[in-house]
Design a protein around this ligand. Sequence first.
Ligand code: GDP
Ligand code: GDP
Length: 437
Amino acid sequence: MGNIVAIVGRPNVGKSTLFNRLTKSRKAIVNEVSGTTRDRQYGKVEWCGKEFSVIDTGGWVVNSEDIFEEEINKQVALAIDEADVILFVVDVMTGTTNLDDHVAEILRKSKKPIFLIANKTDTNELQYNAAEFYRLGLGDPWCISAINGFGTGDLLDEVIAKFPEKEEEVIEENIPRIAVVGRPNAGKSSIINAFIGEERYIVTDIAGTTRDSIFTRYNKYGFDFYLVDTAGIRKKGKVTEDIEYYSVIRSIRAIESSDVCILMIDATRGIESQDQNIFSLIQKNKKGLVVCVNKWDLVEDKSNKAIKTFEDAIRERFAPFVDFPIVYTSALTKQRIFKVLEMASMVYKNRHNHIPTAKLNEEMLPLIENFPPPAHKGKYVKIKYITQIKGSYVPTFVFFCNLPQWVKEPYKRFLENKIREKWDFTGTPINIFMREK
Ligand code: GDP
Ligand code: GDP
């Protein structure tokens, strides 16, 4: 299960610089999705074979100089609730402020592993300044420089050592894991209720678990899958639910633990930034997607034209990835809720589609010949051969050619679209890679 590291601290201590160093210094595991991602707040890190997520909670709160104590309180509450390890960043150049004292006071009450990060230690001399931070009562300060990288490797070694021992849940492979995500009040609990009825909250016994299981086996009406039910969905209201970043961050675990996400959208509100943020998380993690436009019972105009308008709006906001099913539901009247499960199963199946190499070349090469990659400085890119990698988590196509570095995003998108036209990959992301032959 993915671990989460949260970065907290007052403005200007270097949180986002540290976030960038941690997430960018490693080879990006997940391909960038153009346009939609807000990289500043959520990223993935791989260190010594361990993968984890980093969130810069400061990136989610109002970014102003005179940040109020209230904002900091939310930021820290969020970290304490949701993260496995907390990095509390202070600044050796300016020393402590009242706000640092305030944050330290809250953090001292938490049981989560906390690292006190004395950032901006760009030179050896500056290390002496860090002694001042002992009085925050959070143990030894870790001297680092987010800008030049000093100390960050040692820090990461210690951070991964502090990840809690989690009992791996023993769940059966080859059974889809489906998560319901979306902003507060979109109807997540209601639809989960509609799926599993009275059995809700009665967590099935899964071997090897003593604590809260997040997987509920759903084996009814011809369906068989795990419903990913994280605390984020189950428990409500510890911190006001309508804080945008809160619901987004709570979605991280559910998304990471799933194969297919059902993204709930409130039909009465349309698509807002929060929906887009959750969508970006799904994309970044390369999960399957079914969009569920819920509270359809409250929508008066259900004409085909109105549906088309809705659909266009959704696909436009989520572009360039537009090949996913949209279902109009009412969790209240249970209208089309089984359709949602059918679509989720279909998306899971599409994820495992494999196109035989001969077929792939037979269909794609003539298309490529008719519309080759644009020439670069007078040189022509020649795609010779295509194959789909067997057994990859996301359908992955490799195009062997002479000059792979010159095939740019728009052409890759063209190839992706053609693949999607010819074969059914609805709802699942696909990877397009160019390799030298
Ligand atoms: P945030 O508000 O906590 O996210 O802080 P930022 O990451 O935006 O950094 C605030 C300022 O401190 C920027 O001008 C950074 O370039 C600078 N900064 C961040 N880390 C370091 C560091 O390790 N050394 C020095 N000298 N400056 C830093
Ligand atoms: P969550 O925060 O995403 O889990 O949302 P809830 O499931 O708690 O639903 C929030 C509110 O919307 C509740 O008052 C529900 O009764 C209501 N609601 C959920 N789904 C529907 C629906 O399809 N139609 C209508 N009319 N109300 C709904």
